[in-house]
Design a protein around this ligand. Sequence first.
Ligand code: F6R
Length: 364
Amino acid sequence: EKGGYEHFMLKEMYEQPKAIADTFSPRIKDGRIVIEELGMSEEEIRDIQKIMIVACGSASHVGYSGKYILEGLARIPVEVDMASEFRYRNPILDEHTLVIVVSQSGETADTLAALRESKKRGARVLGIVNVVGSSIAREADNVMYTWAGPEIAVATTKAYSAQLISMYLLAMKFAQVKGRLSEEETASMLEDLKALPAQVEMLLNNKENIQKFANRYLAAKDVFFIGRGIDHAISMEGSLKLKEISYIHSEAYAAGELKHGTISLVEEGTLVAAVLTQKELYKKMISNMEEVRTRGAFVMAVTCEGNTEVERAADYVIYIPETNPYFANSLAIIPLQLFAYYIAVGRGCDVDKPRNLAKSVTVE
Ligand code: F6R
């Protein structure tokens, strides 16, 4: 049932081009974003004063990416919360708040409880859910399904990628309704969106190179992932993927924050994975990379084609194709998933079923 792949995780990584296409295709009609399941009139969309994205683990990382996109495109303030925290902090929300809960399984106990709490306080709840008919899908006011298909490996890959696409579509939809996205901008974004599946496929096919590189780091003790803005969100996901399946300690940091304490952990040979996909932040990122490199770090970079300047501050560079800056997360995550996967394989870990973890966390 692994379809010739060694692990479900690898199979599911390879299903990402399809998961991405299946999630956006039904929602693009004649050059417009149409999300019927949203069940919101244009007036209701214009009435949203605040969005709260609530989720756990990787799904919450989608929330952090979503915050940048929703705020950037639709100019609606967004808060992101871990579901386990949201419930107990007496959150401020009302009928003008849209709460978006993100969940692959649709059964995560804390996320479900956050959904119930939000409804009780009068907010509208939209679920971005993968499992059809799951508890969260049934209880949310509206559900936007990610069409990733069943995900077996404990570490999420294709559901995560499909969740990102849902965020892009929502942000574009809201921006359109608010008159913030011109027809030309929409057309160009849709073109970039449609190019993603083939670009992801191409990045997946670079797996041998990443495996070779990963094999040099099987004994790593600590790995730091750094990025700024939306690249910080993807760093969190890259770091979680690595630690959960390989058991190597890793952390994600907003690149500018590193020197406020954590940089003291960097020593000769420490691996630092830097993600820089946002042109206006290249220079700042390169100087952060130089900071760790002069302290002995080995720097691996994920950046966009053409940014060859990065090579002076990195020891190993993975290039991703050009796309809309808001969509770069969908490409940058691929080499990070492959890196985590091959480190775990090289260390002989149980990739699909890492110790202490369950596919769906139904206890609080
Ligand atoms: C990490 C991972 C977890 C889940 C989290 C939420 O690879 O899979 O962090 O993202 O447990 O699960 P769902 O999305 O089912 O609510």
